[in-house]
Design a protein. Sequence first.
Length: 465
Amino acid sequence: MQLRPYQQEMLDAMVANKKGYLTAGTGAGKTFTFITDCRRFLTPGNVIVVVAPQLLLSEQLFNEFDCHLSDVDFVYRQVSSESKTWQRDRNNLKFRVKVQPQSSTTTIDGIEQTYSVAQKAQQPLILFTTYKSLDRVVAAKLPVTAVYFDEAHNAADSDSFAAVESISATADHAYYFTATPRRSESTTGRGFDNSAVYGENIVNIKFADLVESGAIVRPVLHLQRSNAQSKNLDEISADVDTLMETVNHYETEHYETGAHKILVACRGTANIQGMRLAMLKWANAKGYDLLSVDSVNGGYMNETQICAPNAKGKFLAKLDELGKDLTQKMIVLHYDMLGEGIDVKAFTGTVFIRNICSNIKAVQAMGRVIRSSPGKKYGIVTIIQHGDDTDDAWHCMAGIVNQLLTQGVPVDEILTEVSGRGKEEEIVEDLTKNLKQRVADYEIQWQHSLMIQDIINQEVASIGF
């Protein structure tokens, strides 16, 4: 697999700097780039640490290391509480494995024992962990050659920063990858202004470069006005009604995209399961597979449970399988598990049913749908406006626009659209009823188009473009 020019730029920046953070939009191929970079450290005795925000993403990273390093024999172990032993794809390997894999661990003794095994076998060691379990790696006090932080904005979380700061101080090399760096008011705080921890911004890949190279597609910000609340529906029914309306909009207005694959950010576990059961027959009748994943019930596809809560790798494998089929339509319900790091390029739209308080989470979720795939010209980002309350939709839209602009997205690349009528007004029956309704609909769309444009103008002015 050949590096794109901007990936080579990232690689050169790491070779030239022992520490630093690299900013590039979702879909830039950051993972493949740091896997390529780590080859220079894969020599006997060296220790590499790979940090991900979630177990699901940690396993995905392991699989990518396994795939792209099929010519390298290394000792590895997962540092987490998950009771699972990862296996390399031996059909793809170009050698006979010397050291058998071990199950995951969070004990210092277990980590030290794995290090000893690697030393005796004269092989490099790669530890895969999460920000939550990074403190166990730090406590083991291994001589870390290089540490790679994926979705590195998570490093600034209050629960993660102490371990991040510690390993950054002792590792020979430390690299942070993110599309959305977090800031703090102090140069000694948890944000990326703290150069002692994160180093400098050694490379910044612009949105335009990614679009030009074909790595990503343009975002379409879609405001969906919902009138579900005016129908006196319960919360789940209102959300189902709104999602159905959104799906119909996608199929009517974006039919050229083909088979839609839609990622839906729901309110929580009960909401996810309630929506799945309520809309299953409707979705199947329209040709959609309905999938859901949450921390209590695990993963479902239609009526069948495909994984337990502690085995979400199976769910990810199913997503990958369905994502590769360009004729397959699917709707995926989740809360926050699929918001960042998941590499299913065929998602055509993401829908925010719940309020996304974090601009970073909103943009990371949006990143799931702007990854390039055959036939896809853009990714749709739908924000739901419930009833007459425009504040939440306004702030969410403003946050997304702000993040896009700070990532170097040109204003003319941010496409917008509005659909739905919101709360229905009583209309006097007469011969001009249809005309009046049409005029009212156009008026609403015009008002909200102005709202979106106003947001963009405000954010441009505040950033100083």
